[in-house]
Structures are given as C-alpha cells and as structure tokens.
Design a protein around this ligand. Sequence first.
Ligand SMILES: Cc1cc2nc3c(=O)[nH]c(=O)nc-3n(C[C@H](O)[C@H](O)[C@H](O)COP(=O)(O)OP(=O)(O)OC[C@H]3O[C@@H](n4cnc5c(N)ncnc54)[C@H](O)[C@@H]3O)c2cc1C
Length: 466
Amino acid sequence: MKTEGRVNVVVVGGGAAGLAAAAAAEEAGLSCQILEAQPRLGGRVRTLPMPGGGVFDAGAQIVNGDMRAVLALARRAGLRLSPVPRSGIDLCVVGDDTLRADDLMSPDEVSDLLDDQVVRWDSVGEVLRALRLKLQWMTTPWESVGEAGRGLRHLVEKPTAPRDSLAAALRALLLSSEEEAVAYSHYSECLGRPPEEINAQMARDLISRYASERDDLEFQVPGGMMQIVDRLTADLRHTPRLASPVQRIGVTDDRVAVETAAGLWEADYAVVAVPPPVAQRIAFDIDGSDRLAAILSSFVAGDTIKTVLVFGTAFWRLDGLSGTVVFGDPAGLAVVDTSLDDGSPPRLTAFVGGAVAREWAALGQEARQAMLLRHLSRAFGDDVLSPQTVAEAVWVDDPWSGGGYNATVRTGGYHDAIARLAAWGGRVRFAGAEVDDLFWGYVEGAIHSGRNAVARIVADGVQAAA
Ligand SMILES: Cc1cc2nc3c(=O)[nH]c(=O)nc-3n(C[C@H](O)[C@H](O)[C@H](O)COP(=O)(O)OP(=O)(O)OC[C@H]3O[C@@H](n4cnc5c(N)ncnc54)[C@H](O)[C@@H]3O)c2cc1C
C-alpha cells in the first residue's frame, strides 16, 4: 500500500475535537495530519443556508458563559453573541393538559434527585457486594481465594445490568405521572435514546461531573457556529485531507499506521476523534483490540431531528410565553425560542429525540413537519401552523456521526465507558465530545478532549519529526 506521508500525529476526524487536537499538536511543535471522511470539516457543527435568506445551524448552536474554549474562539474570530430569549412562561404539555413548567419539578431538580438516588443505589450495591465477598472468603477453602479474586475482578469490570436503566431510576423517584412523563421526555431529547436504553449510572456520572451551574441556553452565534470551527481551522499549518475515511489503524513496533483507501499514513500517535459508534467501523489492529471493541460497543448513537421555524411575529410573546415547551408526549419533543437580536424574523426551534425521532425520520418530510406543527399547536395555538419558512436537519443514522446530539452509554454497557476511552493509552488515543466528562456532549467538551489527548501525548515525550 502506498505511503502517503509520515507525521508525529495523525488525527482521524475533522470535527471540533479533531481540529482542536491538530491545533494543539502543531502548537506543541509536532507535525500533524487530519484525515476527514466527509468532503467538509466541522462534523456535527454545520451551518446551512436558510431557505428565504440567512443561515441556520443544523447541528450545534448554543453555548453558555462557562464554555470558555468556545467563547475564546468566538472572541478571536471577532464574533458577537446573541442572547437566547428566555423571558416569559415556560410550558409543559402532557396529554390534554398544558401546564406552567414551574408547577412541576424542573429537569435540574430531577437530575439532582437522580444523582442522590443512584448514589444510594451504588452504596447499597457496594455493601451487598462486600458482604457477599466476605462470606465467600469465610466459607471457602484457601484454594478458592483465587476464584474469589476473579469474582472481585468480574464485579469491578462487569457491565451494568438492564435494571440499571435511566427509566428504572426515574420510576424509582416516585414522581407524579406528569413529572415522570416530562423527565422521561427531557432525557429522551437530551440523550437521544429512550431512557430504557440509557445507562443510569453513566447518566448519574455525567450529571455530577458536568462543569457548569449556568443555564445551558445562554448564547448563540449570529451567522452560525461554523465560524467557530473556521477559526480553529484557520491556524492549521497542514491542510486537512477531506473525503478520506480511515478504514484501519494498526500499531507495529514504534509506530502507528493509519489506512485510507488512498494509502497509508505513518505516525508516532493517532488521535481518533470520531464518535464511538462510527469508530466501531474502523478495524483496530492493536493490543487490547477486544477490550476496545467492548468499550466502543457500550455506546449507542443518539437520534435527533432539529426543525427551525421562522415566523412574521413572535406571537407567543404576546401571550407571555417564553417559547420553551417540553412535551410529555410525544416523548422527546421540546421547543425553544431561538430568535436572534439582529432584527431577523423570530424563530422557534423544535428538537425531537429518542424513539419518536426514529419514527418520524421514517416519514416523508411533509408528513413529519405537519405532525410537528400539529403537536406545537397544542402549546401555541393555531398561529404556529403557518411558519414563513421551515428548515430541518435529520441526524438519525447520520453516516459519519451515527446520529445526534451525541452517542450515549447503553444499558448493559460499561457504565464507565467514557472514562475508559479517555484513559486509553499506547499509540492510539481517543477524543471527542463523548470522551469529555466536564462538558460531555458539547462542542466545548469536544475541544477539551482534543486538547487533552494531545497534552497526554506530549507528556509521553514524543519528539518532533525532523
Ligand atoms: C442537532 C444537534 C444539535 C446540537 N446542539 C448543540 C449545541 O447547541 N451546543 C453544543 O455545544 N453542542 C451541540 N451539539 C453537540 C455537538 O455538535 C457535538 O457534541 C460536537 O460537535 C461533537 O464534536 P466531535 O468533534 O467530537 O465529533 P463530530 O463533530 O461528529 O466530528 C467527528 C468527525 O469525524 C469524521 N469521521 C467519522 N468517521 C471517520 C473515519 N472513519 N475517518 C475519518 N473521519 C471520520 C466525521 O465526518 C466528523 O467530521 C448538537 C449536536 C446536534 C447533532
């Protein structure tokens, strides 16, 4: 196979994580080549023209004031941020009832409860396990000590059982039926899977490690988030190779070989900055590849559809509404006012995630949008039925991310798959929004994880290629 080149670091994937990794490698004096599967950079950051004028973000759009890396890039690019309009009444729609959101427990309060509850489960589990092990040690002959040790290792490493689903954890909170429906819907939307399929312990870990106390929905970037990615790309010395999907990564002696259909790149290290569900399609010919396969297969891609609706007036504000609505049914549907402060026409953005996103993705666009508008009219009345413009992005089964917003850890997978992937050593390292725990699932997290992967490589003492 033809050798295309030799560098210190090959970065697989040109999303925010891969670009940040490449920029960090170059800043550390290392040569670096990005190999990107698509004919464009940015991955799940993608700004598209809006029919009728302007642009919309098909993927990532919103940042908050704690997302320092993204904000620093925005500042360097000379971008102005527009606050997400948040005043007015938030609603929840459950069955025939339209409720004020502040009459129910908020998603943040449910998350706090969930955090405490799963911690309690953990401690009970720990005590039971310790007791069982103690009994085993007391009642078995010395020959069985090795077996007990193996049992211990199994307990520590064992993937979680199906009963450890987020749905089971939510049920155990004994919320009112409306609150449970809204919480179920909220997690379906945020995590892109029905809570039955989401690992409760992973969700607890994400909740307790998330690094921001601020509202998620603070700012958006007029002109689109892709400008942040463009800023990251502008500093790179090596031009990324586009339309170059990586098929195989092998480690031999002191180097790593990264293969595309066009040829082979040799490097000291590879940083794999692609979402875990699509990383599973790369053939890894490395030590521990079975263990790696088990970790990667602990992740499942999220399902999401994002629809932007442009209106002549912000009619919801006339009724004192904020535009924020969570629907208990269909589970996974939520709406936010994403109007910009630049005088452009007001917008609502609808997100549908989880099982309903998958169902709606199978419909034709017209039927899907008619269905969406019908549901929105339960909260907003008939005014919502006549948007001036509609634009949508269907991420279900997206070929190069697997879906959106992010991949999550499934029930039955390793609950600590994120930490395992982040800590993977040797010549192949992993990065991406799914690999960061402080800002897991955000562009901010993708940037951190790319930079962290390279910081670990630099700490290994890699020498810059001549
Ligand atoms: C609809 C939607 C809305 C979102 N909203 C927000 C938001 O408001 N705020 C926020 O912070 N985040 C948001 N997110 C999440 C955010 O977009 C992602 O977490 C982040 O962009 C992921 O970056 P990444 O670099 O880790 O992965 P990606 O962006 O997925 O990049 C991975 C790259 O790897 C490439 N690739 C895949 N396989 C291969 C291969 N074999 N060889 C070479 N290249 C390969 C892909 O083409 C892609 O370019 C949203 C996501 C979606 C889908």
